[in-house]
Ligand binder design. Structure first.
Ligand SMILES: *Cc1c(COP(=O)(O)O)cnc(C)c1O
Length: 541
């Protein structure tokens, strides 16, 4: 197979022809857009027979090779990066597919066997190694201030932070700064992040909510001063490498499913994905567009349901103004709503107001619409960029925008959506603990949202010829609060019995943490970042 020369562009039309390395190191495009590949690669001939028995790492190599030119990363180097990234996983299959409900052909794709017990490890182990690879190459033979140093800055509601820290700890020429909302991540998540004592890891506890952390990060990326002094790198799912690395498990689980006894040729496969920032499911979209025979991708949101409302109405609005459901104050199903509209739910990793990666899908929808008009490809791409730019402007100035019928039709061709409330989440955790058809299974609240949505999809699509793969995004021990709330009155349940040995004693270990003063603002955070990087570089010299 000849290697493609894959290039990248910005969803807002400001840049074209970028290399994979530029895209990974920059994270966000200078025009505010996100990077996407200029072409979605096609699968090689006979991919099914060629790939069906590959290990996870081998499959990842085949898929990543379609998006990264060998002139950028030679094959042997890419192989090595991938092998090291998945060597840290506890499960031999990396992402095992387990049967949750045989009668209904419902399977759970367990994505939480990496170092921090959530699906984000799949991508962040790879991203950490990619950062290191590019920096080592740039810094060959260089010493002192000549060395290229990357300062990774990210906001987290819990899972991204720990996964990024475990992906980057101890790596040369990289500092990592993680902003988290003080007191609003789970105790295990906070312990996972702050007990990593490596000199290049810095956890910043911020007064406020996740969105405040995210706004600060965005302000830093937009600031020329810090950009001139420090090279900022992104680990949030705006980084293209994260989406790319996640494509692998859609293929891997498809092959696992095909080996199951209940799967027959011609059966349909649906993927159901607990969704927040739209990064996980977007990887499924790329897999489908590449040619993976997935009948539908089902978006499962919690009560922060901007995506669900979009698929039902064609309007992408921060606040629910176009029907579906009234919001404000305490919502009907119990989750607390903040002033800006984000609700605190039992599945905090999905508590978002807007989904950043949705912009990437919007580009492809706008591109398809432009292509229908039959102009040349360059024109179609330009149109798509302009359309995305104007939608995002409207989102910013008016809090939302609507798309036309055709665009919504394209969106519905590949996706369906479901919204799952907190009470339905609790019910689902209970149901599969007490009456799991395959015996007891303890779902984490995010995975439970996927399973609740799967059950609805199963009720509309006969399980006789449709298989559902529901993505399990975290280990239940990470979200003790919701799991305990659901199961505390169940016979024989004890939280300690599900606690992985890696978590035992974690909360009493030594911590390293920087408290950000309430009125520090993003400039205050900028100062902290600059000082810490300086101190680190001094220490290293
Ligand atoms: C991040 C996360 C999600 C949401 O994934 P997106 O890519 O943001 O849609 C779901 N579940 C868990 C446990 C997560 O950590």
């Amino acid at each position: 197979m000849t290697s493609p020369s894959q290039k990248y562009l910005s969803t807002r039309g400001g840049s074209y022809g970028l290399s994979f390395e530029e895209v990974v190191l920059k994270g966000l495009a200078p025009d505010g857009g996100l990077f996407i590949p200029e072409q979605i690669p096609e699968l090689p001939k006979h991919w099914e027979s060629k790939w069906q028995n590959l290990s996870f790492a081998e499959l990842a190599f085949e898929i990543l090779s379609l998006y990264i030119s060998t002139s950028e990363i030679p094959s042997s180097d890419l192989k090595d990066i991938i092998d090291r990234s998945y060597a840290t996983f506890r499960a031999p299959e990396t992402t095992p597919l387990v049967t949750l409900d045989e009668k209904n052909n419902l399977y759970l794709l367990e994505l939480f066997h990496g170092p921090t017990f959530a699906f984000k490890d799949v991508a962040l182990q790879t991203l950490g190694n990619l950062f290191e690879y590019f920096l080592v190459r740039r810094n060959k033979g260089k010493t002192g201030t000549d060395r290229h140093h990357l300062s990774v800055v990210g906001a987290t509601s819990g899972d991204t932070g720990s996964a990024a820290i475990y992906g980057l700890r101890g790596k040369k020429d990289v500092s990592v700064f993680i902003l988290f909302p003080k007191g609003r991540v789970s105790p295990i998540q906070e312990a996972q992040m702050t007990t990593v004592l490596d000199a290049n890891v810095h956890c910043l506890a911020v007064e406020g909510f996740f969105d405040d952390c995210q706004d600060t990060v965005k302000a830093l990326f937009a600031d020329p001063e810090i950009n001139e002094k420090l090279n900022l790198g992104a680990v949030n799912s705006i980084n293209w490498a994260r989406i790319l690395a996640q494509i692998t498990y859609y293929f891997h689980s498809y092959f696992s499913l095909k080996k199951s006894t209940t799967y027959k040729e011609g059966h349909k496969v649906r993927f159901v994905v607990p969704t927040g920032n739209f990064g996980d499911i977007l990887a499924g979209y790329f897999a489908k567009r590449m040619g993976l025979p997935a009948e539908k991708l089902v978006i499962a949101t919690n009560e922060n349901d901007i995506l669900d409302r979009f698929w039902k109405t064609g309007h992408y609005e921060k606040k629910a103004v176009h029907g579906v459901e009234a919001q404000g104050g305490i919502a009907a199903d119990g989750a607390k709503a903040h002033e800006d509209g984000v609700k605190e739910t039992l599945s905090p990793a999905m508590d978002i107001l807007v989904s950043s990666n949705f912009e990437r899908l919007l580009w492809f929808l706008a591109y398809e619409y432009a292509a229908d008009a039959g102009m040349d490809d360059e024109w179609n791409k330009k149109q798509a960029g302009q359309e995305v730019e104007s939608w995002l402007k409207e989102l910013k100035s008016k809090g939302g925008f609507g798309v036309n019928e055709d665009i919504l039709k394209y969106a519905k061709r590949d996706f369906e959506s479901e919204r799952v409330s907190d009470s339905q989440t609790v019910e689902t955790i209970k149901e599969f603990y007490t009456a799991g058809p395959k015996g007891s299974y303890i779902l984490d609240p995010h995975s439970a949202i996927g399973v609740a949505a799967s059950k609805r999809s199963i009720s509309r699509n006969s399980p006789a010829d449709t298989h559902h793969i529901s993505l399990a995004t975290a280990h239940p021990a990470k979200f003790a609060n919701a799991v305990d709330m659901s199961l505390k009155s169940e016979q024989g349940y004890s939280f300690d019995s599900i606690l992985p040995k890696e978590f035992v004693g974690l909360e009493s270990k030594e911590r390293k943490i920087i408290n950000v003063a309430k009125d520090a603002g993003w400039e205050g955070v900028r100062k902290i970042v600059q000082e810490e990087v300086e101190a680190e570089l001094k220490g290293a010299r």
